[in-house]
Design a protein around this ligand. Structure first.
Ligand code: FMN
Length: 471
């Protein structure tokens, strides 16, 4: 059956939505044609805006034909009824998608320079904005571009990160426009988000989230780490705050910006992470362990830097099972927190239900690390949610932000079914948070949107939870 045929049978996910599609001057502008086709097939009414440079790559006629509307590209343009085009376009849209977004466009947007119609419309709009960058790998890696992207994220824009692959320059690297289905999913998620936000169903709750990988010291400068970016846990933290929760985010090694507004606790090793979690637990309403905690660590880390004269033989010992210990600590509490773990599996998920029961957790988010689109360094995840009674719920491939929203729907439901203690919990948690200390440094309310980088990752590491896989 043709794609269109399948699309017609399936529910159209953008039915009745009015979108602005901003196309800027990238070699990937031709892919915006396919993107437009998909958005229209999903039921959206699309108004295309182009920068002047974009019109050199693809003719407006193509977009006009597929969208059924004249393309707007002149920021000084007035509509036939003398209204200002970009203001009307912005006011009459439900969301704005900029794809491809050039380095130049992102720089302009980050600084509010309304020299083109897309930037002007974004400034005038109060709707979700989704940005899908495309450019040469060097341009994408440049600190100026990274800073501009961080700024766009801080505006609340969704960034659909580019893929790694062959680029127009002939080089291979990160900078290819994300695939159209991923961008369409991000738009749908962004449109759904205000509904989740308006729920505020975690108001007054204290949610503790762990994110990133741990670093197990070999000597003062080297460690055993893993490839977790921290994105899954950070999306959960961000989503929980938007639903009204007070969030303590315990972070190991991460490579994505931390959310503004969370109490950030830095915990490098698995031992530090355990201390931080147990410190934050009293008064918490939910603990979501999304961090990739190493399974093993060097038994005898050296106190001085190892020299290269003699290659060391590392003896490893198991690390703490933080979630199991947290579950043990709260098992007798009348109003114990909702406990959520992540588990990486390969192939069958048969062991997961048993794992959920054994660890004493309410929900286990399992993902098959061999699945395409799941795991480290990708924006999406395909997971199966396993409840403590063994019920399994496979979810489709989703942006990590959507996984976070769906997971928090379940956490909120579990909290409601346990009875409200929101006010008391908020006060108790505040006191507990103030008392928390230990090796981990609490940076309450930090406005960190810059990536936190640890030392260069060392190769290795058998690590436990698949959440590492959730990246
Ligand atoms: C053939 C060609 C391909 C280009 N591809 C890209 C690209 O993929 N991403 C990008 O950021 N800039 C790209 N550029 C540079 C932009 O077109 C240029 O910075 C332009 O000023 C962007 O304007 P705009 O952001 O207003 O559309 C390309 C330039 C040329 C000549």
């Amino acid at each position: 059956m043709s794609q269109e045929g399948e699309g017609a049978r399936a529910a159209r996910r953008l039915e009745g939505r009015r979108l602005l599609l901003g196309v800027s001057g990238s070699i990937a502008a031709y892919k915006a044609v396919e993107l437009l086709r998909r958005l229209v097939a999903e039921g959206a009414q699309v108004q295309v805006l182009m920068t002047h440079a974009a019109t050199a790559f693809v003719g407006p006629l193509t977009f006009e034909t597929l969208s059924g509307h004249p393309v707007l590209h002149d920021p000084l343009e007035l509509l036939p009824d003398q209204r200002i085009a970009h203001v009307v376009a912005a006011r009459e849209s439900d969301a704005i998608l900029v794809a491809p977004a050039t380095a130049h466009w992102m720089a302009a947007m980050a600084h509010g320079l309304a020299g083109d119609l897309i930037t002007a419309a974004c400034l005038a709009a109060a709707v979700p904005v989704v940005v899908a960058p495309a450019m040469d790998a060097g341009m994408y890696a440049h600190p100026a571009t990274r800073a501009n992207l961080d700024r766009l994220r801080a505006f609340g824009y969704t960034v659909v990160e580019p893929a790694t692959g062959p680029l127009a320059s002939g080089l291979v690297g990160e900078g290819r426009l994300a695939e159209p289905p991923i961008i369409v999913s991000a738009v749908i998620a962004a449109l759904a988000r205000p509904a989740a936000r308006s729920r505020r169903d975690l108001a007054g709750r204290h949610v503790v989230v762990t994110a990133g990988g741990t670093a197990e010291p070999i000597d003062p400068v080297r460690f055993i780490g893993n490839r977790s970016s921290g994105r899954m846990g950070i999306e959960i933290a961000r989503a929980a705050m938007e639903r009204g929760a007070r969030v303590t985010l315990i972070v190991g090694q991460v490579s994505v910006p931390l959310p503004v507004g969370a109490s950030i606790v830095a915990a490098s090793s698995s031992a530090e992470m355990q201390r931080a979690v147990l410190d934050a637990l009293p008064g918490a309403d939910a603990l979501v362990m999304a961090a990739a905690v190493a399974d093993f660590r060097p038994r005898h880390p050296a106190s001085t830097k190892l020299t290269r004269d003699v290659a060391p033989v590392l003896e490893l010992e198991p690390t703490e099972d933080i979630l199991a210990e947290a579950a043990r600590r709260v098992q007798d509490q009348a109003l114990r927190p909702v406990l959520v773990g992540f588990a990486a599996e390969t192939g069958s998920l048969d062991r997961v239900a048993e794992k959920a029961r054994r660890k004493g957790v309410d929900l286990l988010v399992a993902n098959d690390v061999l699945e395409p689109g799941s795991g480290f360094g990708v924006e999406t995840n395909r997971v199966t949610l396993v409840a403590s009674d063994g019920t399994r719920e496979p979810w489709p491939l989703l942006p990590k932000r959507d996984v976070a929203d769906r997971l928090l729907d379940r956490v909120a439901t579990l909290l409601q079914s346990r009875g409200g203690r929101a006010g008391a919990a908020a006060a108790g948690a505040a006191a507990a948070g103030a008392a928390a200390g230990g090796a981990a440094a609490a940076i309450a309310g930090t406005a960190l949107e810059a990536p936190v980088h640890g030392p260069d990752p060392q190769p290795v590491a058998p690590s436990r939870t698949a959440e590492e896989v959730s990246e």
